[in-house]
Design a protein around this ligand. Structure first.
Ligand code: GLN
Length: 422
């Protein structure tokens, strides 16, 4: 069978006919973009890439670089250190708002230029050139290929960076920026000039959607707390003064750039990138926004549109046959609070007319910390109630079980082992 997904993506491109808006023209390299280009790429967290249209056309990353530099700086310095210098509040204003908080000197957030300049200055590196290279190399790791700077776009952009220079000087005067303002604008402008395609951006976004693990190389590039911070700030601040509309209509953490790209990272599912150079009044791609609205609507991608996720955690509960039967609880999936609560409730309400109770974790895909603690406590309490607990845990999802101090616990690799051995 031919996958219907690329056909669907083509249909999305066809349906986004809106041709309003205008290509950014403040530098010749952006003004020269073909306004009719339209590409889309969806990268799943398990590394499947779907594209349609101009998905491999290259353009400068511009403001879509901001979440990735923020991620690098967060990883280098730690979340607290970043929070001291850059806020996490939506500005409700344009990307180039002059944002220096009275008293603290902090810019509102890392998705607007003031915050992005400061963020760039917090990336590790002995000097500005080293920081800039660290950013480029970091982007390349997220994309899974070596990305290069569009030198011509960089030179033009730097020559017209008066507002960014003004902001960097203000940040320096406010003492939030430690280094040379001119050098920081230079580094930030190089960061904005890295060339990418929709496919690169979708893979980069999929790394964020995949909790920091690259979907193709499987390398862990970011820690979960860093990813959570980046996605949260993208969600609340990524679309500048359209953040509220975006949240309600689309509901995907996102970031746009003046070159006409929009990226989105839907946690646990996909990274998405759309490219179409004509921009709306907020500086975001007109057809890019439209395509995201359609994807979100058609594919149920809104973050706030979640069904009862805990319901499927209990795959089944039954009593085995034989002389010494066991009550078995089969657990499955990705266990957060709601899923674990379903299991704990089933066990708490169980009659347990058998002397042994088995918790079969064979089909558990991931145990969140809360799920782990709730299952451990259940194992302990079952032991206290005088029941023998058989933990079927072939993937070692609950290694701490051995420490709960119950002599009544046996850990086995398969239910068959458990039936035989105790
Ligand atoms: N390089 C641009 C700037 O800093 C990026 C702006 C954007 O993409 N919104 O002004």
């Amino acid at each position: 069978m031919r996958s219907p997904i690329p056909d669907y993506l083509l249909e999305v491109l066809d349906s986004c006919g809106e041709d309003g808006g205008a290509v950014a023209d403040y530098i010749p390299e952006l003004a020269a973009a073909d306004p009719d280009r339209f590409g889309i790429c969806v990268a799943t967290v398990d590394g499947t890439i779907y594209t349609a249209g101009d998905a491999d056309v290259e353009f400068t990353i511009q403001s879509m670089s901001k979440p990735f530099t923020y991620a690098i700086a967060l990883a280098d310095r730690g979340i607290d250190a970043l929070n001291e210098r850059v806020g996490v509040e939506p500005s409700g204003e344009a990307f180039n708002e002059i944002s220096v908080e009275r008293g603290t000197g902090r810019p509102k957030n890392a998705m607007i230029n003031a915050g992005a300049l400061l963020t760039h200055s917090l990336v590790d590196g002995d000097d500005s050139a080293a920081q800039s290279e660290r950013v480029r190399a970091g982007f390349s790791r997220f994309a899974g290929r070596d990305l290069v700077v569009d030198e011509q776009a960089f030179v033009s952009e730097l020559a017209s960076a008066h507002r960014n220079l003004g902001m960097a000087h203000l940040l320096k005067a406010a003492k939030t920026l430690d280094c040379d303002p001119v050098e920081i604008v230079r580094g930030y402008t190089r960061q904005c000039s890295v060339k990418v395609s929709c496919q690169d951006l979708a893979i980069m976004a999929a790394t964020l959607a995949n909790a920091g693990v690259h979907p193709l190389t499987h390398e862990t590039l970011l820690s979960r707390p860093v990813v959570r911070q980046v996605l949260s700030v993208m969600m609340t601040c990524g679309m500048y003064d359209a953040a509220g509309d975006w949240m309600t209509d689309v509901g995907i953490p996102a970031k746009s750039g003046v070159s006409g790209g929009v990226i989105g990272a839907l946690p646990g599912q996909v990274g998405i990138a759309v490219f179409s150079p004509r921009l709306d009044s907020h500086g975001s791609s007109v057809r890019g926004v439209e395509a995201f609205e359609r994807l979100s609507r058609d594919m149920g991608m809104h973050l706030m549109d979640v069904a009862q996720e805990g319901r499927s955690a209990l795959r089944g509960a039954y009593v085995t046959e034989g002389d010494d039967p066991m009550t078995v609880y089969e657990v499955q999936g990705d266990l957060r609070f709601a899923g674990a609560e379903t299991i704990v409730r089933a066990i708490a309400e169980g009659e347990h007319e058998t002397r042994r109770v088995a918790l079969d974790l064979t089909r558990v895909y991931r145990l969140h910390d809360v799920g782990r603690r709730m299952l451990l406590e259940s194992v302990r309490r079952l032991g206290e109630d005088g029941l023998e607990v058989v933990l079927v845990d072939p993937e070692c999802a609950l290694p701490e079980a051995a420490d709960v101090g119950s002599e009544r616990l046996t850990v086995v690799d398969s239910l068959a082992d458990g039936t035989a051995s105790t």
